[in-house]
Design a protein around this ligand. Structure first.
Ligand code: PLP
Length: 505
C-alpha cells in the first residue's frame, strides 16, 4: 500500500486520463490531499490529548538501550511513499519507547518545561503556516507579533520599556548574540578586519555561570581563557570583591573587559548573582552587562521576588527562556537589549535579493542574529500568554515555588537529609548525609540513590556537583507536576536511601 498522494489507482478512480498524467503528474497537488490531512490530523490531535491525559502512567525515562531505537527503523528511506496510518503506527511502536517524557509530572530533572496545551496548538499552527519570518515582507504578522509579544513579556518581567526584544531559538544563542554585540562595542574593527593583532579581551562570569557563556567565548574568538570564571560566595553567588580584583589585574596586563555576565538562577543551584553591584561595576568600567535569566527570569513575574532582580533593569542585555519556565514549547528564547542599533550594526548584512523598499519603516528580524530564516515562534508564546493571562502565570509560578519549598522543608526536617543551597525559586539541591561515611562514600551512596529513584520510573531527578560533592536536584517547572508527584518523589527517595543504607552498613 502507498499513500493516496502517490497511488496511481486513486487517479484512475478519479477519472484522470493517461495523457493528463504525463503533462501534470499531480493534477490534485503533490501534497497530502486536504481530506486525508483532516482525517489524520484528527487522529493526531486525539493521540496528543490522550498522551497528555495518561502520560503520568508511563515511566518518565525511556526504557531502551543505546542503539535500540535506531535498529527498529529501516536504514534506508522508503522508495515508495507509505500511508499515513502506517507512519503513525510506526511512531507509536518505534519512536515512543525511546521518548523521555519531559511532559511527565514527575520530570523533575534539569529545569522542568511544559509543552502546554495552548503552546502546542500555537506550534501546530505555525508549522501549518510555515512562514519564514526573515523580513517584514516575508510575513508581516510574524514580525509584528514578535515585536508585540516581546513587549508583553518585557512588561511582565518588569524590564524597562526602552528594551528591545527579539526571539532566538535558545539561551545559548541569545547569549552568543548579546556577547557578540558586546564584543562589537569593545572592538568595533573586528566586524571588518577580524581579531588579528588586537589586545586580548575578556568576559567575566561566575564559576556557576552556564557553559553557554564559555561556548560564546569560543565562538567569538576570545577562547575559553577569554571567559574568566569568578569565585562564588557560600550561597553560590558571584563574589563582587573577586570580580573587582580580576578586572584590575587584567587591566594592568592590557586585557580589555568585553562583558560582565550575571546569572539570575544558575543552572546548578538557581543562585542569583548580585546584579545591582555588578551593574555599578559595569557602569564604572564602561563594560557591557549581560544577564542570563534563562530559567530564573520567570520569577520576576512575582512582586515578592523582586529583591533578586534589583539592578537588572540597568543591564545592556538580558536573556530569558519562555521555553523553560513559561510553559512555551521548545524552542523559544527572548533576548532583550537596550542597544537595538548596536545589535543591528553587529549582525546586519543585506545582500541584494533581501532588499525591500519598506526596510526603513519596518523591522527585519534577520538583522539581529546569525540566522537568516526563522520560525514563527511568537505565535505559540502569544497563545500561552493569552490563555493563562499574567495572573494565571503568576499563580502557576507561585505554586511551583510553594511545592519546591514544601519539599525543601521536608528534607530539612528529616534526619540524614541536607538541603545544600538556598531555594530562591522552584529548585531544591540536596544530599543524603548519614553519619559515619567519608565524602567519597557519600558521593557513591547519593549516586546510587539517584539511579535507584530514577529506575522506579515515577520521577526523574538529575544531579550536580557542589564544592566537589555529588548532590541531587528536584526542579519543579512542568505544569502537570502536583503535590502528589513530590509525595512520590519523597517516598522513593526515602525507600531507596534507607534500603541502600542497610546494604551499606
Ligand atoms: C542559566 C542557564 N543559561 C543558559 C542555558 C542554556 O539554555 P538553552 O538550552 O536555551 O541554550 C541554561 C540551560 O539550562 C541555563 O540553565
Amino acid at each position: 500500500m502507498v499513500n493516496p498522494a502517490d497511488d496511481p489507482s486513486a487517479r484512475v478512480e478519479s477519472g484522470e486520463e493517461g495523457e493528463e498524467i504525463q503533462t501534470d503528474p499531480f493534477p490534485h497537488g503533490a501534497d497530502m490531499p486536504p481530506e486525508e490531512f483532516r482525517l489524520q490530523g484528527h487522529e493526531v490531535v486525539d493521540w496528543i490529548a490522550e498522551y497528555f491525559r495518561a502520560v503520568e502512567d508511563t515511566p518518565v525515562l525511556a526504557q531502551v538501550q543505546p542503539g535500540e531505537i535506531r535498529e527498529g527503523i529501516p536504514a534506508r528511506a522508503p522508495e515508495r511513499g507509505e500511508p499515513m496510518g502506517e507512519i503513525l503506527q510506526g511512531f507509536r511502536t518505534s519512536i515512543m519507547p525511546g521518548i523521555t517524557h519531559w511532559n511527565h509530572p514527575g520530570f523533575l530533572a534539569y529545569f522542568g518545561i511544559s509543552g502546554s496545551g495552548p503552546g502546542v496548538l500555537g506550534e501546530m499552527l505555525s508549522a501549518a503556516l510555515n512562514v519564514n519570518a526573515m523580513l517584514w515582507r516575508t510575513s508581516p504578522a510574524a514580525t509584528e507579533l514578535e515585536e508585540v509579544v516581546a513587549g508583553w513579556v518585557r512588561d511582565l518581567l518588569g524590564l524597562p520599556e526602552t528594551m528591545f526584544g527579539i526571539i532566538q531559538d535558545t539561551a545559548s544563542n541569545s547569549s552568543l548574540v548579546a556577547l557578540a554585540a558586546a564584543r562589537h562595542r569593545a572592538y568595533p574593527q573586528v566586524r571588518k578586519a577580524g581579531l588579528f593583532g588586537l589586545p586580548p579581551g575578556r568576559i567575566y562570569a561566575s564559576e556557576e555561570a552556564h557553559s553557554s557563556i564559555e561556548k560564546a567565548g569560543i565562538a567569538l574568538g576570545l577562547g575559553q581563557e577569554g571567559v574568566r570564571r569568578i569565585p562564588v560566595d557560600g550561597a553560590f553567588r558571584l563574589d563582587v570583591g573577586a570580580l573587582e580584583s580580576a578586572l584590575q589585574e587584567d587591566r594592568s596586563q592590557g586585557i580589555r573587559p568585553v562583558a560582565l555576565v550575571a546569572t539570575l538562577g544558575t543552572t546548578s543551584t538557581t543562585s542569583c548573582d548580585p546584579v545591582e553591584a555588578m551593574a555599578r561595576i559595569a557602569s564604572e568600567t564602561g563594560t557591557w552587562l549581560h544577564v542570563d535569566a534563562a530559567y530564573g527570569g520567570a520569577g520576576a513575574v512575582l512582586p515578592e521576588l523582586q529583591s533578586y532582580f534589583r539592578g537588572w533593569e540597568a543591564a545592556d542585555s538580558v536573556v530569558f527562556n519562555p521555553h523553560k519556565w513559561l510553559f512555551t514549547p521548545v524552542d523559544c528564547s527572548l533576548l532583550f537589549t537596550r542597544h537595538r542599533q548596536l545589535l543591528q550594526d553587529t549582525f546586519s548584512l543585506v545582500p541584494e535579493y533581501l532588499r525591500t523598499e519598506e526596510a526603513d519603516r519596518t523591522t527585519q528580524l534577520m538583522d539581529y542574529g546569525l540566522a537568516l530564516g526563522r520560525r514563527f515562534r511568537a505565535l505559540k508564546l502569544w497563545f500561552v500568554l493569552r490563555y493563562f493571562g499574567s495572573e494565571g502565570i503568576r499563580r502557576r509560578i507561585r505554586h511551583h515555588i510553594a511545592l519546591a519549598n514544601h519539599f525543601a522543608r521536608r528534607l530539612e526536617e528529616a534526619p540524614r537529609w541536607r538541603v545544600m543551597a538556598p531555594v530562591p525559586f522552584s529548585t531544591v539541591v540536596f544530599r543524603f548525609v548519614p553519619a559515619g561515611l567519608e565524602e567519597v562514600e557519600l558521593d557513591r551512596l547519593n549516586q546510587a540513590i539517584l539511579d535507584g529513584v530514577n529506575a522506579r520510573g515515577r520521577v526523574f531527578l538529575s544531579h550536580t556537583s557542589l564544592e566537589g560533592r555529588l548532590c541531587l536536584r528536584v526542579a519543579v517547572g512542568n505544569l502537570r507536576t502536583h503535590a502528589g508527584t513530590l509525595e512520590n518523589c519523597w517516598t522513593d527517595l526515602q525507600e531507596v536511601a534507607l534500603g541502600l543504607l542497610g546494604e551499606w552498613d
